[in-house]
Each structure stands twice: as structure tokens, then as C-alpha cells.
Design a protein around this ligand. Structure first.
Ligand SMILES: *[C@@H]1O[C@H](CO)[C@@H](O)[C@H](O)[C@H]1NC(C)=O
Ligand SMILES: *[C@@H]1O[C@H](CO)[C@@H](O)[C@H](O)[C@H]1NC(C)=O
Ligand SMILES: *[C@@H]1O[C@H](CO)[C@@H](O)[C@H](O)[C@H]1NC(C)=O
Ligand SMILES: *[C@@H]1O[C@H](CO)[C@@H](O)[C@H](O)[C@H]1NC(C)=O
Ligand SMILES: *[C@@H]1O[C@H](CO)[C@@H](O)[C@H](O)[C@H]1NC(C)=O
Length: 386
């Protein structure tokens, strides 16, 4: 909270400073993007499902690992990737070069066992590298006690009672929390038997930048990236993602400076952008903003409890001079996808967020393109032309 309050003051001061300049007119954007003229290395990667123009499904990209093709879901709601060891990794290599590790999903109890390994991934000619979990085994482990390996695997997971992993889908024991995302992420990966990966490229989502493939681009179409010409970051549009921030791919955007996270792992470990939430005619509640490509629903926390029919307004970065303005109505999960369908940014349903602010889910991208400058710590939005 303190962090957000500090940030708010900083942007107000920045706005005032800009207005004090002699040539400033009242129409000048108070939230200009930084000058990116020097940065020219960049590549646009079309989504595999670019026909998915209305964000009904999560975006996916063709990637290759050890020369083997995989389909990766591009998720801004998490950071990190799990890759099955069968894609060109052998035990000798893993034991010698990597650290034993695991990822445990607390909501579903699935444990992914394997090795943390710095792994190169080719995303459409863009070579990226990060710490990935190379999975050697996946087990259901309700009693997992944070050792390296599961001592007593259970027969089935996720569901209540006994069921097999495919039959699980209808009776998942979901938590009405944002962590619910865990379950859908697992589902996405499990239902797709072969050749799928879940690629979390979000920031401020738990893991530090060393786990984020989009934070360590080493070459583009065979040309090594150099820091004077390559600005780490991405621009998400409805048809694909730009890797590498430039003046042209951020044209038309407004941006704010992000703060480093409390206890940041390094100097590129940025926190979530600020926003304000208003429910019905209530007062504005200060919180944080996430537009999670992994989910079609939203999670909101304002000053009154979430309830069916609530009119929700989100303004980014603040209510007075927003460059992002989103409205939707609260819909219970039981009526998912049936209300507000004439509003392109209406989430399928709306749950309660654990912290103030919003996770809009991916329908947000029907109204805005989004950019993240990972080197400089800027976050921006551009309203889509109607
Ligand atoms: C992804 O790979 C598939 C199969 O190789 C190919 O048909 C498709 O054109 C590729 N899509 C993109 C956007 O690269
Ligand atoms: C996307 O949404 C618009 C407006 O609701 C609709 O007219 C269009 O058919 C949709 N396109 C697809 C591919 O679903
Ligand atoms: C294991 O993988 C490494 C790195 O890819 C490779 O150099 C080595 O030949 C492989 N060993 C075996 C036994 O396959
Ligand atoms: C970035 O990529 C390079 C080249 O693969 C690698 O040596 C380095 O460890 C990577 N850094 C991180 C933080 O993953
Ligand atoms: C907001 O206030 C106006 C004027 O008092 C009222 O007409 C409207 O119904 C209120 N809207 C909601 C969603 O409560």
C-alpha cells in the first residue's frame, strides 16, 4: 500500500512538471512513453490462433526447444515455463547442469518434479533463455511437504473423491480465489497430451525475471541482441506479440513508470501497475492492475462485496486522468458468458480478488493493447480504434 501511495505521488509530480514546460498544451498526453528512438531490434510474433480475434481462447505461440516444436500458451498471469524432459533432455545432462526442483500447485495438489535448468527456447526466430523447470515426473501429492520429491503419491488429484484425470474436468474442486488460475493452467496443460507448454511471461507474479523467457532475449533471426539497440519488453496486440520495445511499436500508447517490487530480486523485478476501482456509485478504491491472458473471467476487489449486477469501473492509473477505462458488470460463475455480451471487455464471470484492484482477464485485450518495458519499468496501454 505504501509503495502504491508513493508511486501515485511520483506520477502527480511528473504530470505537474510536464505542465510547467512553456510549450505544453492542454491536449498533451500527461503519460507519454519514454523516448525509444535508439531501439531498433524487435520482432512481431503472430499468435498461432490469431483468428481468435475476440480473445475467446488464450493466445498461443509456436516455440521450439532443442529443435522440437511445441505449442506454448502465452500467459501474463504467471512467470515461468515447465517443459517435459522428453523434449530432448536426458538425465545425465540434467543431473550435471541443473538443480533438482519442483513446482507445486497448492489448489490442485499436482506436483511437477524435475530440474531447474537455464533453457533456450526459440520463439519464432527469437531466441530466449530463462530458468525453466524440466519436468521428469508429474504426481498427485496432497501431502507434499516441500521436500525435493513426493514421498507418497496419491492416485488422483484435483477432484473430490476418486476420479481419473480426464474425468476430473467437470468436478474440479475450485477455490473461489484468484489462485483458481492454477487449476485452469493445469487443465490446459493436461488436456493437451503432447507438445504443449504453459509459458508464463507476466511480471510481478511471484517468480523473478530470471524465470521469464521474455526478459532474456539473446538473438533475433540470428542477430545477437545488444543493449544499445534492444529494449527488453513486449507489446501485446490481438493478433500477436512484439518482442523488443521500439518507438514505432509503442506509438499511440500512454505509459507510467513502475516501482520495483518490495524485496525485488534484481533491478528489473517490477511491481504491478496501479488502478482504481469503483463499484456502482461508490468511492474509488486504490489497487493494482493485471490483465491476465490465461483466464476469460475477472477478479475484482473494491470497497463493497462482489455481488451479481454490480457495475464495475476500472481506471488506470487513476480516476482523474485515466489512459485506461474499463466498465463491466458482475456476473456469477453460474451465469458465465451469458451477461453483457454486447460489451467486448465483459469478462465471462467475476469473482472476488484477494487484494484490492482487478485482474480483468483476457477480454480486456478487446479494448486495449498493452506494453511492458522490462528494462525501464514502464507499463502502457493503447485504446484500440473502434
Ligand atoms: C505454427 O506451426 C504450425 C505447424 O507447424 C504451422 O502450420 C503454423 O503456420 C504456425 N503458425 C505460426 C503463426 O507461426
Ligand atoms: C468478434 O466479436 C464481434 C463483435 O461482437 C463479432 O461481430 C465477430 O463476429 C466476432 N468474431 C469472431 C471471430 O468471433
Ligand atoms: C544428453 O544431452 C546432451 C545435451 O543435449 C548431449 O550432449 C548428450 O549427448 C546426451 N547424452 C545422451 C546419452 O543422450
Ligand atoms: C540469459 O541467456 C543467456 C544465454 O543463454 C544465459 O547465459 C543467461 O544465464 C540467461 N540469464 C538468465 C537470467 O536466465
Ligand atoms: C448512481 O447514481 C445515480 C444518480 O443518483 C442513479 O441514477 C444511478 O442509478 C446510480 N447507479 C448505480 C449503479 O447505483
Amino acid at each position: 500500500m505504501h509503495r502504491v501511495a508513493t508511486f501515485f505521488t511520483a506520477t502527480l509530480l511528473a504530470g505537474r512538471a510536464a505542465q510547467a514546460l512553456p510549450m505544453t498544451s492542454s491536449t498533451e498526453n500527461p503519460y507519454p512513453v519514454p523516448p525509444y528512438c535508439a531501439f531498433t531490434q524487435s520482432k512481431f510474433l503472430p499468435f498461432r490462433n490469431s483468428g481468435n480475434v475476440n480473445w475467446t481462447s488464450p493466445p498461443s505461440l509456436n516455440i521450439t526447444v532443442n529443435g522440437r516444436p511445441l505449442i506454448a500458451t502465452m500467459d501474463t498471469g504467471s512467470t515461468g515455463i515447465v517443459i517435459d524432459a522428453k523434449y530432448g533432455f536426458n538425465t545425465t545432462y540434467l543431473e550435471k547442469n541443473c538443480e533438482i526442483g519442483h513446482v507445486f500447485y497448492t489448489s490442485s495438489h499436482w506436483l511437477q518434479e524435475g530440474y531447474w535448468c537455464i533453457t533456450e527456447v526459440d520463439v519464432g526466430g527469437v531466441v530466449t533463455s530463462a530458468k525453466a523447470l524440466i519436468r521428469t515426473r508429474e504426481v498427485c501429492c496432497p501431502d507434499f511437504a516441500d521436500g525435493d520429491r513426493c514421498q507418497e503419491p496419491a492416485k488422483s488429484c484435483v477432484c473430490q473423491g476418486t476420479c481419473t484425470s480426464t474425468a476430473d474436468q467437470g468436478i474440479l474442486r475450485r477455490r473461489v480465489l484468484e489462485e483458481d488460475g492454477d487449476v485452469s493452467r493445469i487443465e490446459a496443460r493436461q488436456t493437451a497430451s503432447v507438445g504443449k507448454a504453459y509459458m508464463g511471461i507476466g511480471f510481478a507474479r511471484g517468480n523473478p525475471p530470471a524465470y521469464n523467457l521474455f526478459m532474456n532475449v539473446t538473438s533475433i533471426d540470428g542477430v545477437p541482441t545488444v543493449s544499445s539497440k534492444f529494449r527488453t519488453g513486449y507489446v501485446i496486440t490481438s493478433t500477436g506479440v512484439w518482442l523488443g520495445i521500439t518507438k514505432s511499436n509503442t506509438a499511440g500508447f500512454s505509459a507510467i513508470k513502475l516501482n520495483l517490487r518490495e524485496g525485488h530480486a534484481d533491478n528489473r523485478d517490477w511491481g504491478e501497475p496501479p488502478c482504481d476501482v469503483q463499484i456502482n456509485n461508490g468511492s474509488w478504491t486504490r489497487g493494482t492492475f493485471l490483465a491476465d491472458t490465461g483466464i476469460p473471467n475477472a477478479y475484482v476487489k473494491g470497497d463493497v462485496p462482489n455481488k451479481e449486477g454490480n457495475q464495475i469501473t476500472i481506471r488506470i492509473p487513476d480516476p482523474s486522468t485515466p489512459f485506461g477505462d474499463v466498465k463491466f458488470v458482475s456476473v456469477p460463475k453460474s451465469k458465465a458468458g451469458t451477461v453483457g455480451t454486447d460489451n467486448p471487455m465483459q469478462p465471462t464471470w467475476v469473482g472476488t480478488r484477494t487484494v484490492p484492484g482487478v485482474n480483468t482477464g483476457r477480454k480486456f485485450y478487446n479494448g486495449y493493447d498493452l506494453y511492458f518495458d522490462g528494462d525501464g519499468g514502464y507499463f502502457g496501454l493503447r485504446e484500440k480504434s473502434k
